[in-house]
Design a protein around this ligand. Structure first.
Ligand SMILES: *[C@@H]1O[C@H](CO)[C@@H](O)[C@H](O)[C@H]1NC(C)=O
Ligand SMILES: *[C@@H]1O[C@H](CO)[C@@H](O)[C@H](O)[C@H]1NC(C)=O
Length: 452
């Protein structure tokens, strides 16, 4: 076995020297070598599991593909410049890897808490340090996860979400929360002054992402305004909606097309069949009229087309094809204020309330022309904002007593489990939610922070 292993290493050493283009001159030589070394380890364990030459060849192909993606090799000849390989986050992790910084800062927080509990016991200090070292070494870019995220040592590289919301009272919510809920910290985004005597600037606005920017529309304060999240604040744009839009009535979704655009529909209670679209610069009316009343319903995408679901305590569903809106199967529940979300294959609805005011935690899935029951969240919710990632979605909504955010595992057709990741002590409708680095705008809290 040992001889076979050594032979293997010889062969590999020979191979890598062929793959390396100019490793000696490459600016990120050390990262390139660390990356290739990791591929080599994987190759060796792959080969050791083989019993025929077909398998050997597969391992070799995988090895070659692995090395090709490393900085200084085939796909990344200039090292980490224009290179997507995750190890490049580790080039100078204090500046290039927010997840490393977050992991380190959590380990440090743990250390401080641990030491505070030690009082005068020095054995206790030592054991706190041991724990800190163990936790820190598990971090992305450290010895337990040298290639950066994702880590194979059990450390989960979470996503983080920034949440901004203002209600009709004085409440402003502004925080960042991890996808697991274990980390939540306040932020301070500057928000323009309201020009209305009753409503805050962000009351009942809608938000959507377009080309990496988060745009914000309408709301009670000014039903025509368009704003954008910029640095650690919200900035109003010169462009205006052509039809008024308010999230109490209207739906909003980003539709992939060329170019992508944000579609806003049925946001004017006196003009419920109209949609308008925003491409990042200008707004124009969509030429097609909805066939049904979806007031307080929702808008998502289905197979890259816009889909309008329910609303008006009705069950109507229609899809915006190239020739206009066409009917699809009715939604199982006649409701309002439900959330909806494209989940790769198909579209789901989340919660909502019926004509008697009863809120639900039901999830329904639409695919191949059919609606089916797709499980339940923990809490009923309405006026929610949701985001989908391959195996789960997060939904930040208003429950019967307070705002609650859940992270629900999605297996393609069903919510297999869910957990509450955040709760707030007051109601706030349709929060603005977007993914961000864990320490994004953390400095903005130094001067002022909303109370937790
Ligand atoms: C000191 O701390 C260690 C480790 O936490 C603990 O096992 C030990 O019981 C403590 N000794 C005293 C006297 O509190
Ligand atoms: C998803 O979960 C449901 C309920 O547990 C199960 O019936 C279904 O077969 C699962 N689907 C897949 C693709 O695993």
């Amino acid at each position: 076995m040992i001889i076979r292993f050594l032979l293997l290493l010889d062969i590999i050493q020979g191979l890598t020297s062929n793959f390396a283009l100019n490793i000696r001159e490459c600016p990120d030589k050390d990262l390139g070598e660390a990356c290739a070394a990791q591929c080599r380890l994987e190759y060796v364990s792959c080969r050791l599991g083989c019993s025929d030459s077909f398998c050997d060849t597969e391992c070799l192909n995988a090895y070659s593909a692995c090395v090709d993606t490393c900085p200084c090799y085939h796909d990344c000849p200039s090292g980490c410049e224009d290179c997507w390989h995750p190890i490049c986050q580790c080039k100078d992790p204090e500046t290039t890897s927010p997840i490393y910084r977050q992991c380190k800062s959590e380990a440090q927080t743990g250390l401080n808490l641990c030491m505070n509990d030690c009082q005068t016991n020095s054995t206790c200090f030592d054991s706190c340090h041991e724990t800190f070292k163990r936790n820190f070494n598990r971090c992305p870019c450290m010895s337990g996860c040298p290639n950066g995220c994702p880590c194979s040592n059990g450390y989960v590289c979470e996503r983080f979400f920034t949440v901004i919301c203002q209600n009709r009272n004085d409440l402003t919510l502004n925080y960042i929360v991890s996808g697991s809920g274990h980390f939540k910290e306040n932020r301070y985004y500057s928000i323009p002054e309201s020009r209305d005597e009753f409503y805050q600037y962000l009351d009942i606005v809608g938000s959507a992402a377009l080309n990496g920017e988060i745009y914000i529309f309408g709301g009670n304060e000014d039903r025509y305004k368009i704003s954008r999240v910029q640095d650690c604040g919200i900035v109003e744009l010169a462009a205006r909606l052509v039809t008024e839009w308010n999230h109490h009535y209207g739906g909003i979704v980003t539709v992939p097309s060329s170019p992508d655009e944000i579609l806003l529909c049925f946001g004017d209670e006196n003009d419920i069949t109209t949609c308008e679209e925003f491409d990042g610069e200008a707004v124009r009316k969509n030429p097609f009229s909805l066939r049904h009343n979806h007031i307080a319903g929702c808008l998502a995408t289905f197979d890259s087309f816009a889909i309008a679901i329910s609303g008006n305590f009705d069950r109507k569903v229609e899809v915006l094809g190239l020739g206009g809106w066409r009917d699809e199967s009715d939604h199982p529940r006649a409701s309002q204020a439900l959330g909806c979300l494209s989940v790769g294959r198909g579209t789901i609805t989340i919660g909502g309330y019926d004509v008697d005011g009863g809120t639900t935690n039901e999830v329904f899935h639409f695919n191949n022309g059919v609606w089916s029951n797709a499980g339940f969240l923990i809490e009923p919710s309405f006026h929610s904002t949701s985001l989908f990632f391959d195996s789960y979605f997060v939904s930040f909504g208003r429950g019967p007593s307070f705002n609650v955010a859940e992270r629900a595992q999605w297996n393609g057709t069903f919510v297999t489990s869910s957990e509450i990741i955040s709760t707030d002590s007051e109601d706030c409708d349709y929060p603005i939610v977007f993914e961000s680095a864990p320490d994004a705008c953390s400095q903005s809290c130094d001067q002022f922070c909303f109370p937790q």
